[in-house]
Write a protein of this length. Sequence first.
Lengths: 73, 536
Amino acid sequence: MATMKTPLLDAQGGSEPRRVANRRTALVLLSIALVFFGGIIASQLVGGTTIGIVVVGFGIIGFLLVAIERGRK
Amino acid sequence: MSSLPHDHAAGEPAGHGLGHDAHGAHPTGIMRWIMTTNHKDIGTLYLWFSMTMFLVGGVMALTIRAELFQPGLQLVEPEFFNQLNTLHGLIMIFGAIMPAAVGFANWQVPLMIGAPDMAFARMNNWSFWLLPFAGSLLLGSFLVPGGAASAGWTLYPPLSVQAGMGMDMTIFAIHIMGASSIMGSINIITTILNMRAPGMTLMKMPLFVWTWLITAYLLIAVMPVLAGSVTMLLTDRHFGTSFFNAAGGGDPVLFQHVFWFFGHPEVYIMILPAFGIVSTIIPTFARKPLFGYASMVYATASIAILSFLVWAHHMFTVGMPAAGQLFFMYMTMLIAVPTGVKVFNWLATMWRGSMTFETPMLFAIGFIFLFTMGGFTGLVLALVPVDIVLHDTYYVVAHFHYVLVAGSLFAFFGGIYYWLPKWSGHMYDETLGKIHFWASMIFFNVTFFPMHFLGLAGMPRRVPDYAPQFTDWNAVATVGAFGFGFSQVLFLYIVIKCIRSGAPAPARPWDGADTLEWTLPSPAPYHTFETPPQVS
């Protein structure tokens, strides 16, 4: 998530670096969504509902806190 | 809070980004709306779609209330009543409230952070155009054999496992709407994190942008969970699995756990953008900076985090260990703390401000008053012994309508009145706006306040018929509902009148407004901030 460290637009900068950064951020977010979708079904299949939900829940909270902390000025 | 770019005087149109609009170089006609990748066009599409679904869901609500005007079966068959109840909930949540919030985000997030557009403009177009198909599937399910889904918007098994084809259409519609929401959220988060104007640090962002950043994270976390749960429901229905099918060894209560792991954060997905709108309106009309900006940000994040830890308060009656009940009861009560911080900060912002009471401010104040009432009844329901008595009664119906109608919807009305001059270039009719507010405020309470009494007296929800002792308050609620419904027709008239023939709006019609969008002329040019503004 290097993109989060340098989020601000460069007034003089080109659009290609921004596109790459945007794509990288989107892929990380998409992977989270896919893990949650697959994870909730997988956790039911293996029978570990509580563990699955706890892991997923702490995953979200952890990601949110890290993202805010890294992006904070 | 952000401040105006230092190179532009407050209220004067900024020069950047006017070039394209001056040429009039944007597509026209129907293809403009189908092919558009412009965040303002897509925001407009979201808002009109939301308005349409709001009216459709509203007609369903009025049919429900007409049936409940007196005991006995008057207008519709009980099966159809159940379908109306289910579709009313699904359409209002997924078709009206959520798209309205995304519409606000599309219009306002790029304008408020000084970005030229959303990060993924084509995906933005896709996100919107999935919705009409999902909405058509939901509404079309009324026409198939067996009718629409009738298990309630929560789609609990075993009813949802046994239901007809309408349930499959509903599941497919939820998948489509989920995909739309996830794409929209990825777009919003990426835009906010990567495309802010120079100088616009995270802690300088307007609170509306903050609330949407957190809401988008919530969406990415919980929409896949909903999609996963309805996928399992689908495989139970058609592919011989038994996740939730008790006949095959499955557990119906498991669905409730998974559903509410999505469902409770969903409540905050609907209310956090409303918090952001109210936090924008109140400082403007109090002519003071928002009190406790940083604490508002942390309170929003706290609410979002806690929303993952309270899901089982929706299912205290299914049977769970006392320790589990206590945990979810205390966690639910804990949410009142950051929420109280917000209410306190809104009131402190108004304290000794130079307040004026234009329509957006009236809706913001109405929001605080009624949402706080809804919050308090939420605390009542958080108490396990009380909830066991009140579960599935009209008290619950009153509670969540105070949160979602007087909460989300009132804030959205306020937001539309607030930003309509910027969006349309015209001022709305202030007198009609105030009539709309007072009519909505009065009729809302006439409709939903008596439901507290009905619930406390034991009237169950989701029933087309009831015992005679509930007649009087039901009649009052029905009269209020029709008044509230007609008030929204007035709202539609006000919006159309504003767009077609309202007085020209200045660049900054509200002298207390200080966010970036007010540096642009009204209406906002088709392309804006192509050269990023410098935020001081």
